[in-house]
Design a binder for this molecule. Structure first.
Ligand SMILES: [Fe+2]
Length: 335
């Protein structure tokens, strides 16, 4: 793994991380897809044996571009897990959706339209309506309420609609660097509570989702700005899904500041959007990005089936060296 340069600019988060020595492999190309985030990698067969140089190149590209894309891959579940394992330890989820393959506990399969319908006794539209309390609601990192969110996610498309269903990612290190110096200094020392069900509007009377939350709540306190464990970049660790409260601030102060920060995080210049095809694979750094699951395909009547493998991550560390802390239902390394 190439180390990062410890320049003053880097330490202040003002410069995108670039490796000291760029790994090159003949025949393999990294093509940036947008100014701050996203690159397509060509010339690699993810199902084949990968030599160490290719693994190093991909790892470096993920750190530099935050999300990388591969097209036309022919991975099965075993190949998907084997590929992910070259970069870390796959997470085994204690609970998975009903479409996940029983023989591959590291793989979680989502079939959006099938799964969400009828969940918690609600039709899909009502469920989404009750959860989407703001326009930025859908932006999230995977399992961000855990005290040790996954380091990375490898998502592979199986069936996708002919149009609609794109995923968008935002670069939280670039978003931090784009803040003014006084605001960076202000947010550097803050911490925020991340929990499930933020902003959910309960049904009148009995609500199965509220009961589910009471039984399965997961809450952590994370630094608002974390220091990336591999690149040293400062990362504006916010999203519209799990965060409602900045620790020590009043509710109106938290609301206004978080809205400003999440808007900053998802400004178009910090994002990249990916059009899936069957056989597409996206591999992202889950600590320095948030992503937006699509909501423009359910009405089209086409299925969208995706398989996901996540890699275990560390407990984040803030600018002041303070680590994230578990509050409810989460322990490092224990899923
Ligand atoms: Fe996700």
């Amino acid at each position: 793994m190439t180390t990062h340069r410890a320049t003053a600019e880097r330490a202040e988060g003002m410069e995108a991380w670039v490796p000291d020595v760029e790994v090159k492999v003949p025949g393999v190309e990294v093509r940036p897809a947008a100014g701050h985030i996203g690159a397509e990698i060509t010339g690699v067969d993810l199902a084949g044996p990968l030599d160490d140089a290719v693994v190093a190149l991909i790892r470096q590209a993920v750190l530099r571009w935050k999300v990388v894309f591969f097209r036309g891959q022919d991975l099965d579940h075993a190949g998907h897990v084997a590929f992910a394992r070259r970069f870390g330890e796959p997470v085994v989820l204690p609970r998975r959706g009903p479409h996940s393959p029983p023989d591959f506990p590291e793989v979680e399969t989502t079939a959006d339209r099938l799964e969400l319908a009828g969940r918690y006794g609600m039709e899909r539209d009502e469920w989404l309506h009750r959860r989407r309390h703001t326009l930025l609601r859908g932006w999230h990192c995977d399992y961000g309420t855990r005290v040790d969110p996954p380091a990375a996610t490898v998502l592979r498309a199986d069936a996708v609609p002919p149009y609609g269903g794109d995923t968008t990612w935002a670069n939280l290190a670039a978003a931090y660097a784009g803040l003014s110096a006084p605001v960076r200094a202000f947010v550097d020392g803050l911490r925020a509570e991340h929990r499930l069900g933020v902003g959910y509007q309960p049904r009148p009377g009995d609500d199965a989702y509220v009961r589910h939350l009471l039984d399965h709540q997961v809450v952590s306190e994370h630094p608002l700005v974390l220091v990336h464990p591999e690149t040293g970049e400062r990362v504006l660790f916010v999203n519209g899904y799990y965060v409602e409260e900045i620790v020590g601030l009043s509710r109106p102060e938290s609301t206004a500041i978080l809205e400003m920060l999440v808007e900053q995080a998802v400004r178009p210049e910090y994002t990249v959007r990916f059009r899936w095809e069957p056989g597409s694979v996206a591999f992202w750094d889950n600590r320095s990005t948030i992503h937006l699951a699509p909501s423009d395909h359910a009405h089209l009547g086409h299925s969208r089936i995706m398989h996901r493998v996540m890699l275990a991550g560390d407990v984040p560390v803030g600018v002041d060296g303070r680590r994230s802390e578990a509050v409810v239902g989460t322990e490092p390394g224990r899923w």
